[in-house]
Unconditional design. Structure first.
Length: 278
């Protein structure tokens, strides 16, 4: 193996169920760096929910946010890639979301804005990552018109969980090239040509690392394209079966230190201790 770049999802992968770095995760990142292997994050979270971890981990290469729809540089305040939705896409998604009583979060490369009711806004304000990392770039927009002025890259619907599947079908039936995914009780909406896989390919090219020399590890359905694009794709044991089927290997669950275990095996020169899926 000649892995030069490791990319990890955050929730359910790098973090445990309590929202803290899983057992051994911080030491594992340090060991990667000692061996000259680059490390970064790729999350469905918006930039304000990722930036704190980037700072805490001292990540000095670009990181991927909002399901791979933007790649930000940690030290240059620069977005090196973004997949911006068109005005027509944003308007169609807003109209459908509001007509179905959804609370809506709009991601831009560096911020989020909520178009929501008062109770939902209180929940946003109390979110663990907002409290932990402060109020940088977390906003509320009052009207659809103001939302349409934003450079939106990614949209979330929050609604009754049993409604999200049908909402996803409705969004994808719109003539606007959308793809959807349900992650952590929300519907993620991005352009069909975007995603973590294409973001990983862009980042590897940017860093001049052959894609076959990358390892990606994740646990959510929005990680499928990333695991399939990477030279080595590792799914956490706590992943949905669809992701496990798409991965080459399966690591122990996040609550049993699966991320650190994977890094230990990588640095030992063999992934044979991981379960193979193909």
């Amino acid at each position: 193996m000649n892995i030069q770049l490791v990319v990890a999802d955050i929730d359910g992968t790098f973090l445990n169920s309590a929202g803290l770095p899983s057992d051994g995760a911080l030491d594992a990142v340090a060991r990667l760096r000692e061996r000259g292997i680059a490390f970064t994050l790729c999350s469905g979270r918006p930039d304000p929910g990722v930036r704190g971890f980037v700072d805490d981990l001292g990540i000095d290469i670009p990181y991927m946010v909002s399901g791979g729809t933007a790649i930000n540089h940690p030290t240059q305040s620069l977005t090196i890639f973004q997949s911006q939705l068109t005005a027509a896409q944003v308007q169609a998604a807003l109209e459908l979301g509001l007509s179905t009583g959804s609370n809506i979060i709009l991601h831009t490369p560096r911020s989020i804005s909520a178009l929501c009711d008062d109770d939902f806004w209180v929940n946003v304000c109390q979110a663990r990552w907002v409290v932990r990392h402060g109020w940088q770039d977390v906003n509320r927009v009052p009207t659809t018109a103001s939302a349409l002025e934003l450079p939106v890259i990614h949209i979330n619907y929050f609604n009754d969980e049993d409604r999200l599947v049908s909402l996803g079908r409705e969004v994808e039936s719109l003539p606007h090239n959308f793809q959807t995914c349900i992650i952590f009780a929300k519907l993620e909406i991005i352009d069909r040509n975007a995603g973590k896989g294409s973001a990983l390919k862009f980042l590897a090219d940017y860093l001049q690392i052959p894609i076959e020399n990358t390892l990606a590890i994740g646990d959510g359905l929005n990680d499928i394209s990333m695991l399939q694009t990477a030279g080595i794709g590792v799914a956490m044991q706590n992943s949905p079966q669809e992701l496990i089927n798409a991965a080459g290997f399966v690591a122990p669950a996040n609550d049993t230190g699966g991320f650190a275990f994977t890094i230990d095996q990588l640095l030992s020169g063999s992934l044979d201790a991981l379960c193979k899926t193909s």
